[in-house]
Design a protein around this ligand. Structure first.
Ligand SMILES: *Cc1c(COP(=O)(O)O)cnc(C)c1O
Length: 221
């Protein structure tokens, strides 16, 4: 029987092929938020090593244990980060995808120096300009990227977005790509369970997929 994870990997391959891209250029981030260790372990057994969590505390409870068994795990923070949790986040995560304001960027720069740990980052863009959503306003993106890279020397890998719910995500994916291209950034973290194939056709380099791998979550978040 084909596992859910295998199905997602096959779909990634098909979407890549349909636009003449290599599947190996697309990274799958398995989003394990709200999922217990005994649900995550079978996915590790199937070979998946890159995971996403949206809460610092929850990740801190689950992943240090799993890392003892699987030292090659790569953990991404994909949820909003409160500045006072920056140190914890830098200790727990390998990549922070949700850098979205100067205060947080400055905290990451300072604390990663203190912790002597390189902290690769993505900048989250609020592509739909939604009040309730995290991410920097697209109009401020160029200046913010420059601040992060040139002034703070943060290793910025690329951009991340969550398009507005219930709308065609494609224009938002293309918008993110445009911002990345004009700023010389090569990585795009975009696409979730409902739209990762579309995201790949729009140039996504990493997709963050939860439900399609782990099944539905109790408290939808
Ligand atoms: C939960 C979450 C995902 C995964 O969503 P699914 O629809 O379950 O695939 C991806 N990105 C972010 C930022 C999330 O919070």
């Amino acid at each position: 029987m084909t596992s859910k994870l295998e199905t997602v990997l096959q779909n990634i391959q098909a979407a890549a092929k349909s636009t003449d891209r290599k599947a190996t250029d697309i990274t799958l981030i398995a989003v394990s938020k709200t999922k217990a260790i005994d649900v995550i372990t079978p996915i590790l057994h199937q070979g998946q090593r890159i995971f996403g969590e949206n809460k610092v505390q929850e990740a801190g409870e689950k992943w240090p244990v799993l890392r003892e068994q699987y030292p090659d795990i790569e953990l991404h923070l994909i949820g909003p980060l409160q500045t006072n949790k920056t140190r914890q986040a830098i200790q727990i995560f390998d990549v922070i995808e949700t850098v979205d304001r100067p205060k947080l960027a400055r905290a990451i720069a300072r604390i990663s120096r203190e912790e002597n740990k390189v902290c690769p980052c993505y900048i989250q863009i609020n592509v739909g300009r939604e009040d309730q959503k995290a991410g920097i306003n697209p109009d401020e993106a160029d200046n913010f990227i420059a601040l992060c890279r040139d002034e703070l020397n943060l290793p910025i890998l690329g951009l991340m977005c969550i398009p507005p719910a219930g709308q065609d995500p494609e224009p938002y994916f293309l918008f993110l790509k445009e911002i990345a291209q004009r700023n010389g950034l090569s990585k795009l973290s975009m696409g979730m369970s409902s739209d990762y194939q579309t995201a790949i056709r729009c140039g996504s380099t990493s997709v963050r997929v939860g439900t399609a791998i782990f099944g539905t979550r109790q408290n939808k978040k």
